[in-house]
Design a protein around this ligand. Sequence first.
Ligand code: HEC
Ligand code: HEC
Length: 402
Amino acid sequence: MSRRNTLFFSFVALAFSVLSVIQVGKFLAQQAGIVVGTEFGEPIQGITAKEFELFRLGLEDFNEVETPDEGLGPVFNGRSCAECHSIPRIGGSSTITEVRGGIRKEDGSFEEYPGGTVMQMFSIPRHETQFTIPPEMNVIARRKSLPLFGNGLVETVPDAVLIALEDPEDLNGDGISVRAHRVHDKASDRIRIGRFGWKAQQATLLAFGAEAYRDEMGITNDLFPEEACPGGNCEKVHFFNVLPGLQDIRNPTTGLRGIDDFENFMRLLGPPPRGPINEEVVQGEKLFGAMGCASCHVPSLVTGASSVQALSFKRFFPYGDFLLHDIGTGDGIGQGDAKPEEIRTPPLWGVRLRAPFLHDGRASTLQGAIEMHAGEALGSRTRSDKLSGSGKRALLAFLGSL
Ligand code: HEC
Ligand code: HEC
C-alpha cells in the first residue's frame, strides 16, 4: 500500500471513530437524498433557523381558535385547523368525518347542488343559517380528515413524475387504470396535477389551506374571497356575517396572511416515522409488492427543486401514487374531473395510527380495509385473500410498521 493510501485509510478510520455509526448512516442517507422520518408533529430534518421560525409561526396559527369577530362563519365545520388535524399530534388526522352532498341524475351523472358539495355542520346564529339537507340531494357522503405529515415533500413532486405513472387506458394490462387529476391551481393560476384531498382535488398546500379556511371555518381570503353559502343562499349568510369583506388579512408584525402560515407549517411538517422493522415486516413488504398492492401504493417518489433545501431532490416513502382509482369504494361525489366512483390512493405512511380506515372510516381494521378493495384492486385483493395465515400476518405486520 502506498503512503498516500495508508494516510487516506487512517483518515477514514479516524473519521469513523469521531462520528458514531448512526451519524454516518444519517449523513449517507442525506447525501443520497433519502428523507428520514421525524417524530410526529416535528418539522422535517435539515431546515434552517429562518424556516424553523416560519414553521413555529405557522403552527401557532394552525392551532388558533377563531371567533366570529375575526371572521369565523357564518357557516363552518371547525374553529381551528387543528380541531380536525391533531391525531396523533397537531398536523395529523382525526376521527371526524365531514358531509358532502349532491345530486345523481337519472343518467348517472353528478350535479353539484348550488353552493358546492361541502355541507357545513355549524352556523352563527345557530338556527338562522344552518343548512337543512334538501330531499332532492340523493348523494350524501362522509369524508375523514387527512393527516398532513410530509406533505411538503408530496407538494414538491413534479407533475411530470405523477404523469409518468398514469395509465388511463390500462395499456400495460394489469387491470389498473391510473388517472391523474388535472386541476386549476388557484395559487399559481395554472393547470397542475392534483394530489391533495380524497379526490386529489388540489395541487398545492396554499390552495388547499385557503379553500379549507373558507369552507371549514368560513374565513374569506385572497384565493377564496367569497363566503361559503350552503344551498346557494348567500343573502342570509351575508346578513349574519359579523365581519364582511376579506377576513384573512396580513399580520402587521410578520407580514404573513393566515393562508401563508398554514402553507409554511404544512410544507415544513416532517414525514411520519417508520415503526420497528423486523423479519416479519420485511417479509410483509415483499408480499405487498408481490400481491400488486405497490402498483397503486407506490413505495417511493422523488421531489424536484424547492426553495427549501430540505425538500429539494429527495426520495421519500409515502406508499401512494396520489392518483385516481376506482376500487369500488367511491363516494358518489363528482369533483372537478374526478368521477363519483374514483378515490385518490391515500399514502400509507402513518397508517398504523389512522383507524378507522378508508375515506369514510367504514373499515375498523387494516384487514377490513384490504377486504373492501374491489374494482381495479380486485386482482390484488384476491391474491392477498389466498395468502397463508402467516403470509396474511406478515402483510398486516408490514402495514402496522408504516
Ligand atoms: C371540520 C374539520 C376540518 C377542519 C376544521 C380543517 N380540515 Fe383539513 N381536512 C378535513 C377533511 C375532512 C379533509 C379531507 C377533505 C376531502 O378530501 O374532501 C381534510 C384535508 C386537508 C388537507 C389535504 C391533505 C392531504 O394529504 O391530502 C389539507 C392540506 C388540509 N385539510 C388543511 C387544512 C387547513 C390548513 C385547515 C385550517 C384552515 C383545515 N384543514 C381545517 C377536515 C378539516
Ligand atoms: C388499484 C389501486 C389499489 C391497489 C392495487 C391497492 N389499493 Fe389500497 N387503496 C386504494 C385506494 C384508492 C384506497 C382508498 C379507498 C377509499 O378510501 O375509499 C386504498 C386504501 C387502502 C388502505 C386504507 C388507507 C387509509 O388511509 O384508510 C389500506 C390499508 C390499503 N389500501 C392497503 C392495500 C393493500 C394491502 C393492498 C394489496 C393487497 C392494496 N391496498 C391494493 C388503491 C389501491
